[in-house]
Design a binder for this molecule. Structure first.
Ligand code: GLP
Length: 616
């Protein structure tokens, strides 16, 4: 199905090493032949691993960038090179300042060119590239809209460097960098699709589950203007590198039976039956032999058929994921239940990489666990300060000042000072306090007492910035003592399969490393690890091990808790009425899961939270 066959690696790191190898080899070849090398560069989280690898090689003396010219794909329009979120700053921070490239060899479009000069400026950017002999290797990430560079849907195949308007989804993805979508520039300068196609070779990379849907469209569908990355299919020298999660929506991965014979174990049958039921829009128990064969599942039919036999197995395995007792149901046969009935009650630890995470994806489950009498603790791993917009903080700051004025206190520490004049450290502290207050009130709604909430404030987050977090042993030590002191019997965590630079992914890796360290201890062996969803990750039906349904009232209560995380909500209401219905509650997967279970022919619930068991 793939028009360009992707290279799939276990992790982004392994893939980045391969890409860096290839670039390093070409740089050295160019040097041996006494010619310069021209590298097309991208920004975003995706190429960071490649940059780190290349930096290492420069440090080890294996390559030099003295003879390399670089051209960046794009730049936000309306902000200057000094702006911390400009792509020029990004490149300096993550790459240029750490390699031996002469500054005059690096080209990044200038976001401050006056509008009237843009046509000639854009032409000159193209001319500069061709005068340097054209791009030898173009590095590319892919946006969730399918954009490459900033060529948003609708960009034509023959587009060249120009001013473009950014898509709403793209601005949402950039909102964490700019602390709020309203601060993300509306326009950008970008090389065009044609400029990218002119490169002699293209390496396109994508990591993490949130990219999986667009990656499969870009590689498998016919080239279309609606998915700009699909237009690259016509390039003869394009290589695509994915980690496993980013490849998860490719046909050969999602429907492995289309790629040849496979072993039909229970898990694969559950996956295939639920897939077929959704695809054919028939409930599981109504599927016929002909449905299996028409949708390419004759192999399953041959080895496990007829249809009604497979249907029952598939139906039961999905049915058994549903449980109103997420901590296990006491004094019952638990053979087909997702959790053990004993011990009861359990010691349960929820790890929240960022303060809003547990509430968003497991709020109703938390409430249920508390009501069912478990000893539940929530460890909030980071303060969450780095994702609070200034506008939000300023509002609370001026509120505090008003209070201060009223109370006629002698020490008016902050009185009179504008928010803008505060230094970043104080601003960070205000933001962290704000997020603590939000978390406490959200969890209170779910029934969690303040003494059961731990704020770890892991140092990697306190000292880092978005896309640039570097966890150390200090972080691991804090987390490890939190887990080992409590010795939980259930550990809930999120962040698997996400892009590796995200806070959630970093926290997941740390937590699972620690659990592996204690896997031989009694409590470690007894502890079941459950994965809950992240904001941009929706589990597929076939992979869900536990589905916790909720009533309309419970869903309303959970929504109320989610609303407490006010600083995390998009301050700009969406344009479409369908989206406005659920705004500002970002997570709609609870409703989606309930609809899916319903269409499989199972019970119809208002909403469902879902979990995957992690076997370390
Ligand atoms: C950004 C950049 C693209 C980049 C894409 C994906 O907006 N303009 O060049 O490939 O979006 O970003 P990330 O790698 O952070 O997912």
């Amino acid at each position: 199905m793939e028009k360009i066959t992707a290279n799939i690696y276990d992790g982004a790191q392994a893939a980045s090493v391969v890409v860096a190898d290839k670039i390093a080899e070409q740089i050295n070849n160019a040097e041996a032949e006494d010619r310069s090398f021209v590298l097309g560069l991208a920004t975003g989280s995706t190429p960071l691993g490649v940059y780190r690898e290349l930096i290492n090689r420069v440090r080890k003396g294996e390559i030099s960038f003295k003879n390399t010219y670089t051209f960046n794909l794009d730049e936000y329009y309306g902000i200057g090179p000094e702006h911390p979120e400009s792509y020029r700053s990004f490149m300096e921070r993550h790459f240029f300042s750490q390699i031996d490239i002469p500054p005059e060899n690096t080209f990044v479009p200038d976001g401050l060119i006056p509008r009237s000069d843009l046509p000639s400026y854009c032409k000159s950017y193209e001319k500069e590239i061709s005068e340097h002999g054209g791009i030898d290797v173009q590095l590319l990430g892919i946006g969730r809209t399918g954009h490459v560079g900033f060529n948003e849907p609708g960009s034509s195949v023959d587009s060249i460097t120009r001013l473009v308007q950014l898509d709403d989804l793209t601005r949402e993805d950039a909102s964490r960098d700019f602390l709020g979508k309203e601060n993300v520039p509306l326009y950008a300068l970008t090389m065009g699709i044609q400029s990218i196609l002119n490169a002699k070779q293209i390496f396109m990379l994508a990591w993490g589950k949130s990219k999986a849907p667009i990656v499969s469209k870009a590689l498998e569908e016919r080239p279309t203007l609606q998915i700009p990355a699909s237009l690259l299919q016509e390039h003869e020298e394009i290589e695509v590198y994915l980690d496993r999660p980013a490849s998860s929506e490719l046909t050969r991965v999602k429907q492995p039976w289309t790629a040849g014979e496979i072993a039909w174990d229970d898990k694969m049958m559950k996956h295939a039956v639920s897939w077929l039921s959704l695809k054919s829009q028939k409930s599981v128990l109504k599927l016929l032999d002909k449905d299996y064969s028409e949708f390419g599942l004759s192999g399953l039919l041959a080895s496990k058929g007829p249809a009604h036999k497979i249907n029952i197995i598939g139906f039961n395995s999905v049915q058994h994921t549903i449980s109103g007792w997420p901590g296990g149901k006491p004094q019952t046969d638990d053979e087909t239940r997702p959790e053990r009935s004993t011990p009861f009650p359990k010691k349960i630890l929820f790890l929240a990489p960022e303060p809003q995470d547990t509430c968003l994806s497991a709020g109703a489950t938390i409430q249920r666990l508390v009501q069912q009498g478990h000893e539940l603790k929530i460890a909030v791993m980071t303060s969450g300060k780095n994702s609070v917009p200034h506008e939000e903080t300023e509002k609370y700051f001026s509120f505090c000042q008003k209070i201060h004025d009223l109370s006629d206190l002698q020490e008016k520490l902050l009185q009179g000072l504008d928010y803008d004049k505060l230094d970043d450290e104080i601003k960070g502290k205000i933001k962290a306090s704000l997020r603590r207050a939000e978390t406490l009130s959200a969890l209170k709604i779910l029934g969690v007492e303040p003494e059961n909430i731990l704020f770890l404030d892991l140092p990697f987050y306190e000292n880092g910035r978005e896309r640039n977090y570097l966890p150390t042993e200090d972080d691991k030590r804090v987390l490890s003592s939190t887990i080992t002191e409590f010795q939980p019997q259930q550990l809930f965590i999120t962040g698997k399969d996400l892009e590796p630079s995200t806070v959630q992914s970093i926290c997941y890796e740390m937590a699972t490393d620690i659990m592996n360290d204690f896997s031989t201890e009694d409590w470690g062996k007894d502890c079941w690890v459950w994965l809950y969803e992240s904001e941009k990750q929706i589990f597929n039906l076939g992979e869900i091990d536990m589905a916790v349904p909720m009533s309309p009232l419970e869903y309303a209560n959970k929504s109320k808790a989610v609303f407490q995380h006010h600083s995390q909500q998009d301050q700009t209401p969406p344009i479409t009425s369908e989206e406005r219905l659920t705004w500002p509650l970002k997570s709609r997967s609870d409703i989606l899961h309930a609809k899916r279970y319903d269409s499989l022919g199972l019970a119809e619930y208002e909403a469902i939270e879902t979990f995957v068991r992690i076997r370390l």
